[in-house]
Design a binder for this molecule. Sequence first.
Ligand code: EPZ
Length: 444
Amino acid sequence: MISAAWAAPLWDARRYAKRIFDASMDKFLVKGPVRLHGNVTISGAKNASLALIPACLLAPGVFTLHNTPNNRDVWTISSLLETMGVGYAFADNTLTLDSTNITSHEAPYEHVKKMRASIYVLGPLVARFGKARVSLPGGCNFGPRPVDLHLKGLEKLGAEIQVENGYIEASCKRLQGAHFHFEISSVGATVNILMAAVLARGETVLSNAAMEPEVSSLAHMLVKMGARIDGIDTATLTIQGVDELHAVTETTIPDRIEAATFMIAAAMTKGDVTLGSVNADHLTAVIQKLEESGATVVVRGDSIRVSMDTDPEAVDITTMPYPGYPTDSQAQWAAYMLQAKGTSRIKDVIYPTRFGYVPELQRLGAEIETGDAYCLVKGGHRLTGASVMSSDLRASASLVMAGCIAEGTTEILRVYHLDRGYEAIEQKLMRLGASIERVSTEEF
Ligand code: EPZ
């Protein structure tokens, strides 16, 4: 067992990638309580990158994506594209992708099972090549996540879809523009159908489309590539299909969920943290809730300062599609409310069973009750360190945050979940004064 011995090569991207891929048995040791203070730079948005990267399949050429986060999911989708013939290189958070010679239109199960967003190759492949064979994504730790809207939308654009042996088989001579209404606002289905519609013949109208910044950033890149899209940032997207697109250079937007994680961590540790390279416009709902809880939030250009010196007020949240409070920050809010003066309710209407973190926080001494699509957090209980298990990306973040306020050492197992969506989170926390150590079982 060696701790943190691997810190030096951190920024050697491929070595780092191998490291986080091999880190399946890593755990964190977090000592608390601590008060976070200082500056942290927010990385590019994981969920934006996961849409921009497959969009490169829509046109031949070399794409350059700056500010790409160096995390496990980015490597997973890049290596999936590599199996299709896309060459890629990654250094200093710039991902270069060459989609000139696509040799395969298949996304195999062994790739898709690692990450649901792999399904984002479906729209671009059908749109550009008229065929695709994509494995259905497997299950997810926080409940059912169907892809029916992805398939219905493509069928509405004229694709023939069959699902056999766990694979989606899609084909179409040329997609045809149409009006598709999303019964539920879905980020993933909007991303997939939007990428299909830009090369369809004629006009497509997508209504009740998702308005998340990650969807808008994709739309902006598609326009740069030559697509014609109106209504960006609204729930109605109107696309005039074009015959071809071209490669571009793009810069990934900041990660609003990573930012929310650090902002809430600052408040819950009664800290004083300034986030840099962040877009406050994407965080309105989170900022509002933090202010309601008594935190001080100061926005200056692309930086946000969060400070707190008392226990927070108990504040309820209900998750909503953007611009509502993000479901990807509800676990973090629950951890924060462990400090609150009173009881708060955390309701998740997007993923009603996304409460896998509750029994783990209870192991630290938290008093939390769960109900139908919500949990009730009784604040003010003394927390003490214990061994806890990560179950998914955001649940793991809430455990790390709780470890920062619990007395003693908290051991967080299976931190590979965190590596999926946070770039070097323990390094960033250490710089803010956290006592956190990655322990791995392997000599690098
Ligand atoms: C995206 O997932 C994000 N992932 C998720 O973040 C995020 O939690 C989610 O949007 C909601 O904001 C990426 O961007 C890669 P949805 P996605 O389609 O696209 C239902 C993280 O932690 N639905 O917007 O899969 C679905 O069950 C991840 O970074 C259907 O019913 O989410 C859910 O209740 C986790 N049929 C709702 O819509 C469909 O075909 C919203 O899901 C698609 C979705």
